[in-house]
Design a protein around this ligand. Structure first.
Ligand code: ADP
Length: 447
């Protein structure tokens, strides 16, 4: 097994990875920016290295600094977590050249799936159903209008290098195409340095359903079931559930097997997620994330499989020890993302945490990296923790979530906890009657 893993991340995911390493008897190295010197992942790691100033571009995204930290500490593997360098194929490549293991898929797989146009082409070849759209990049307005006429309006212009909902623009009809195309392009150029865009049919009331997979790069691959992540704001997930309760068991196992087979055919190594939109009983692939995801704990809860353990084991070269027939699903799990944000305006709310009391008790897991007296810096993502509840079925889970939300105390900064307290009383949430647009409409209504 690896002797020392460097965790190239911060916040709750750095702590999550650190915990897995400790349990597996692996030494840990935390890296951090100047302001993060007193962060929890730094306090709990065996060693830590300051890799640069506060802006992520100079620290958590600084490849030479991270390489130097590996060299100084003698780390033999790097876990990138999510965000930052996790889907940077060049980083995976550079580590390989330095004989340091990247705990994630091969640089080639990251590159293919990171380009959404290539990812869709690959998905189609693997027999995965996709959203109707352009065959590849659309270059000119007239070409876009021609393709859009074929697939039918409304149409979504999407960035090939997209992520986090950026570079995505809706054209309701032909008159809006020119504007949608140019704004998507410039947003994509600014955010990703790549202005390639493609078109997709805009689905009116889909759910977001995704499949967690793990492969070992040797042709073994399994799925860990479905998640429903339809509750989103600005294309960002805020509340996730496993399993996707709108599907029958057969639908879930059929789409799961399609994804597991793709993992085997690709000889994909590591954890990954196939994301779909689901409408009128049909699945439409939108993208694959080649990394651990924020919402992975809900799949862990219902399967009792530690996904981070498996990531580490297959990155070391072990054969996947779990067969599909070993994977069974128990009960239901829900995760809500606790962001340090105003629950009405969603403006970030960094600052000092005066009181912190996480929920506990039966069926409750909290993945967070904050403590009383901790000062949330203004430089990074506002996610400060995740509340995960597990129960024998969805009603029990909702009951438990309501109770856990009542217990949870974070004061000194604003958080999204009050939003979840409102959501859990909503009849549509209780009955599970929501699609990807539900939350935005709810927020607009209650402004
Ligand atoms: P990103 O990588 O930027 O997050 P995705 O392709 O994963 O982009 O899409 C994110 C979200 O945007 C989806 O969960 C869904 O809410 C919305 N979306 C994406 N494609 C479509 C589509 N064709 N029709 C309607 N909504 C879409």
């Amino acid at each position: 097994m690896f002797s020392k893993v460097l965790i190239a991340n911060r916040g709750e995911i750095a702590l999550r990875i650190l915990r897995a390493c400790k349990e597996l008897g692996i030494q840990t190295v935390a890296v951090h920016s100047v302001v993060d010197a007193d962060a929890m992942h730094v306090k709990l790691a065996d060693e830590s290295v300051c890799i640069g100033p506060n802006p992520a571009s100079e620290s958590y995204l600084n490849i030479p600094s991270i390489l130097a930290a590996c060299e100084i500490t003698g780390a033999d593997a790097v876990h990138p977590g999510y965000g930052f360098l996790s889907e940077n194929s060049r980083f995976a490549q550079i580590l390989e050249e330095h004989k340091i293991a990247f705990i994630g898929p091969s640089a080639d797989h990251i590159a293919i799936m990171g380009d959404k146009i290539e990812a869709k082409k690959t998905a189609l070849k693997l027999g995965i159903p996709c959203v109707p759209g352009s065959k590849g990049e659309v270059k000119t307005e007239s070409e876009a209008k021609e393709v859009a006429k074929e697939i039918g309006y409304p149409v979504l212009v999407k960035a090939a290098s997209g992520g986090g909902g950026r570079g995505m623009k809706l054209a309701k009809d032909e008159s809006e195409m020119g504007m949608a195309l140019s704004t998507a392009r410039s947003e994509a150029k600014a955010a990703f340095g790549d202005d390639a865009v493609y078109l997709e049919k805009y689905l009116g009331k889909p759910r977001h359903i995704e499949i967690q997979v793990i492969g070992d790069g040797k042709g073994n691959g399994i799925h860990l079931g479905t998640r429903d992540c339809s509750l989103q704001r600005r294309h960002q997930k805020v509340w996730e559930e496993a399993v996707a309760f709108c599907l029958t068991d057969k639908q879930a196992s059929d789409i799961g097997e399609i994804c597991a087979k793709a993992v085997r055919d690709l000889k994909y190594s590591g954890a990954g997620t196939f994301e779909f939109l689901y409408e009128n009983d049909e699945f439409y692939f939108i993208e694959m994330n080649t990394r651990i995801q924020v919402e992975h704990p809900i799949s862990e809860r219902i399967t009792n499989i530690d996904i981070v353990y498996e990531q580490i084991r297959v990155a070391f070269g072990d054969t996947l020890a779990i067969k599909q027939s070993d994977v069974s699903f128990w009960g239901h799990a829900i995760e809500v993302r606790i962001n340090a944000e105003d629950p009405q305006t969603f403006m970030p709310s960094p600052g000092l945490i005066e009181h912190y009391h996480p929920a506990g008790g039966v069926g409750v897991r909290v993945d967070a990296a904050v403590y009383q007296g901790y000062r949330i810096p203004p430089y990074y993502d506002s996610l400060i923790g995740k509340l995960i509840v597990h129960g024998k079925n969805r009603p029990e889970c909702l009951m438990r979530l309501r109770r856990a939300l009542d217990e949870f105390v974070v004061s000194g900064v604003k958080t999204t906890l009050p939003l979840f307290q409102r959501l859990i009383e909503e009849p549509d949430i209780i009955s599970g009657n929501y699609d990807i647009h539900w939350l935005e409409k709810f927020l607009a209504k209650t402004e």
